[in-house]
Every structure is written in structure tokens, then in C-alpha cells.
Design a protein around this ligand. Structure first.
Ligand SMILES: NC(=O)c1ccc[n+]([C@@H]2O[C@H](COP(=O)([O-])OP(=O)(O)OC[C@H]3O[C@@H](n4cnc5c(N)ncnc54)[C@H](OP(=O)(O)O)[C@@H]3O)[C@@H](O)[C@H]2O)c1
Length: 229
């Protein structure tokens, strides 16, 4: 099945946490990393988040820099990449940043557990909604649909569950990690990849392709995922 090039970008502490135990979206990126993430967004056709990140943190997912948006427009693109949400039950308030910040095309993949009223309300706001009849969104099918919508490069911005499911299915090509000089601890604080976990034998091998040492600010790691399909 056709799918876009998929890369995950995360900001992580030295103990592998992508948020604190409070799960309220603790800032981890440095100013330089924020600028790097903005460029990655600007260079992507679409930016995707999982349902908990979408509903709890309500990210804008837009390109912040005027210059980068102008660069996209000069290339004949929309100012912002397509915003994609993956959510079993899509309770997206109409005034949310995800729906309001733009201009951007918005695509939501959900399941038949989202009520007909909510689906109609999203569609009335111009959101393209794809409803899967499976218990959860079928990620293979979702990537195929994104490919049909013209998405060639997809940036995944978490969270932990979506990252894990995509990695487990072999649907990720690269992993970009900003490693901040911080420790959060906490058994329940989310890590880069949560979900059910893997045995050692099933561990996903990575190949390091780039390292940048930003010293006191952090370390940038770029990995190729060896077992992508
Ligand atoms: N530091 C960073 O770079 C960064 C970036 C983003 C997020 N975060 C953090 O990550 C945390 C949220 O992560 P999370 O693990 O709770 O949630 P998540 O990955 O954001 O969301 C998972 C959601 O996707 C839905 N889903 C539906 N089908 C799915 C499928 N096939 N595979 C995977 N998910 C599917 C899940 O539905 P169900 O209800 O069926 O499970 C759930 O609503 C927050 O604390 C946030 O701050 C950190």
C-alpha cells in the first residue's frame, strides 16, 4: 500500500520522558529547537498528532515563522501544512486551536464511536473526516488515504501511544529527537514510545544518521528506522 515518508519528531528528557507525570504538555524544547521544529513543519506536507495530544493540549500545529510561511507560499503551497488528528472519539470543540489556527486544511481520522452529531459538526467546519469501522483507527489505511490526498512527507508530533503504534507497524522511516538536559522521572510520565511495549527480540533497530551537540542546550539525534515497511 502506498504511504508517505513518515518521520517522528520528539523533544525528550535525558530519562526518555516526553512530558511530566502531570501530562499537561511540559515545555522541553529549547528556543533553537523550536526554530528547528518550525522548519521541519514548514518542510512537511502534513503534521499529525494522536488524540490525547490533540484533545488535552490543543496544539495549533501551524508554522510560526512569517518567513517560512512566505517561503511555502512562494513555492505555490498553502502557508501551513495539512493538520491531521488521529482520535478514537473526536470531541473537538469548535473553538479549539486545532480547528481554528490556520489557514490550514484539516483532516481527522476517527472511528464510528464518534457521534453522528460530532461528525456533522466537524464537516460543517470544513474538516475532512475519515471514519474507520475498526475499534481504533487503522494506521495502514490512514497512511494510504493521506498518500491519496497528496501527502508525501508526514511529520508525526506524538504522543507516546501514536508513536509506538506507528513504529510497531513498521510505518516510520526516521526519528528525530531533541534530547534536553533535564530529568522528569515518574513511572507514569510518557516516554517516546508507550503502548504495550516490545520484547527484546522484537526491539526496533535504529541507525544513527546524524548527531548535533548543542552542549548545555541539548543534543539532536536523527535515526533511520531499520525495519520500516
Ligand atoms: N515532547 C514531545 O515531543 C511531545 C509531543 C507530543 C505529545 N507529547 C506528550 O505525549 C502525551 C500524550 O501521549 P499519549 O500516549 O497519551 O497519547 P497520543 O499518542 O497523543 O494519543 C493517542 C490517541 O490516538 C488514538 N488512536 C486511535 N487509533 C489509534 C491507533 N491505531 N494507534 C494509536 N493511537 C490511536 C487513541 O485512542 P484510544 O482512545 O483508542 O487509545 C488516543 O486517543 C502528552 O503528555 C503530551 O504532552 C509530547
Amino acid at each position: 500500500m502506498d504511504r508517505p515518508f513518515v518521520f517522528i519528531n520528539v523533544a525528550m528528557t535525558a530519562d526518555g520522558k516526553i512530558d511530566t507525570y502531570q501530562r499537561t504538555g511540559a515545555p522541553i524544547s529549547s528556543p533553537r529547537d523550536k526554530a528547528r521544529v518550525d522548519r521541519l513543519r514548514a518542510e512537511s506536507d502534513a503534521v499529525m498528532v494522536g488524540g490525547h495530544t490533540l484533545l488535552d493540549e490543543d496544539p495549533k500545529l501551524t508554522v510560526k515563522s512569517d518567513a517560512l510561511r512566505a517561503e511555502r507560499v512562494a513555492q505555490g503551497l498553502s502557508p501551513n501544512p495539512v493538520k491531521v488528528g488521529v482520535v478514537t472519539v473526536a470531541h473537538c470543540p469548535p473553538e479549539s486551536n486545532f480547528l481554528q489556527a490556520g489557514p490550514a486544511r484539516i483532516v481527522i481520522f476517527t472511528t464510528s464511536r464518534t457521534s453522528k452529531e460530532e461528525l456533522a459538526s466537524l464537516q460543517a467546519q470544513g474538516v475532512e473526516v475519515f471514519v474507520h469501522t475498526s475499534q481504533r483507527v487503522d494506521l495502514h489505511q490512514m497512511l494510504h488515504t493521506l498518500s491519496e490526498l497528496g501527502i508525501r512527507k508526514l511529520m508525526v508530533e506524538g504522543g507516546a501511544t501514536l508513536n509506538f503504534e506507528l513504529l510497531k507497524l513498521g510505518l516510520v522511516d526516521e526519528l528525530s529527537i531533541f534530547l534536553a538536559p533535564l530529568l522528569f522521572g515518574g513511572a507514569n510520565a510518557p516516554t517516546l514510545a508507550a503502548g504495550s511495549g516490545l520484547t527484546r527480540a522484537a526491539a526496533i533497530p535504529l541507525k544513527l544518521i546524524q548527531v548535533e551537540n548543542w552542549f548545555d542546550e541539548g543534543i539532536l539525534l536523527l535515526y533511520k528506522v531499520e525495519r520500516s515497511v
